[in-house]
Design a protein around this ligand. Structure first.
Ligand code: GLP
Length: 237
């Protein structure tokens, strides 16, 4: 296990540093494969990547991306809350990525099928993760086994509450299910960066810091099983 912790003064500084990891990787290998996350945590990273693209024209045309998760059963009036829309708005529409090479899990890609799609390219070079207040990564909720692959998940009340802010603060509109990449695909990557800011994430990060092995009650502790992880935080207050 190798987990490095980097504390930054604010979310923007984290975004700049994490973006640089992606930009360096794209420059090193234009055919890089990435796993990408949605949520507030990666927003500043995506903004910094877009800024770099506008200034330096880093070429993303050959990059391949796999997103971590996607809702199932999104109400029509909230179709703009799909994770595909999120990625378009926050990143893909603003760089020269080929959208045909940007993948999302769906109900047809459960089991080993998402990993097979990844394997058509090569091992994921870098994955960016956020963490749920309850320690979930992607939508691997507490109780998920380490060897789980892409699967359909019933979202916990805690995760639905946390996401109600995108659904007019009404939990009833938050989808009850999602398709998520499993812990196995996340661990099968060369490098992982996880971003956690604010006090709601403190408990999850504390559990990871103390963990010597995987604890299914805190899915984030799966990262103890990976050889190359960097955790970016603010002061978690
Ligand atoms: C969401 C996503 C996760 C994300 C997490 C934290 O529901 N499924 O991939 O990492 O919850 O979100 P945020 O970064 O908005 O705090």
């Amino acid at each position: 296990m190798s987990i490095r912790y980097i504390q930054c003064s604010n979310a923007q500084k984290i975004g700049e540093q994490v973006a640089q990891l992606f930009i360096n990787q794209v420059k090193k290998n234009p055919n890089s494969v990435f796993i990408l996350a949605t949520g507030s945590s990666p927003v500043m990273t995506y903004q910094s990547i877009v800024k770099d693209y506008q200034l330096n024209h880093t070429d993303w045309s050959k990059v391949i991306t796999f997103n971590l998760d996607e809702y199932i059963g999104l109400d029509n009036r909230y179709s703009n809350q799909s994770y595909r829309c999120f990625m378009d708005e926050n990143l893909f529409n603003h760089i020269n990525i080929n959208k045909k090479q940007t993948y999302f899990p769906d109900e047809t890609l459960v089991g080993n099928k998402y990993q097979k799609l990844i394997d058509q390219y090569h091992q994921v070079d870098l994955a960016i993760l956020g963490v749920g207040n309850n320690g979930h990564i992607a939508f691997n909720e507490p109780g998920t086994p380490l060897n789980e692959q892409t699967h359909i998940v019933n979202l916990t009340a805690s995760s639905r509450e946390a996401n109600a802010r995108f659904f007019d603060n009404n939990i009833n509109y938050v989808p009850k299910q999602a398709v998520t990449t499993g812990l196995q695909e996340i661990l099968n990557t060369k490098q992982i960066v996880l971003i956690a800011t604010g006090k709601a994430k403190k408990e999850a990060i504390e559990h990871l810091k103390q963990a010597k092995q995987f604890d299914p009650n805190w899915p984030i502790t799966a990262l103890t099983q990976h050889p190359n992880v960097i955790i970016f935080t603010d002061n978690l207050e």
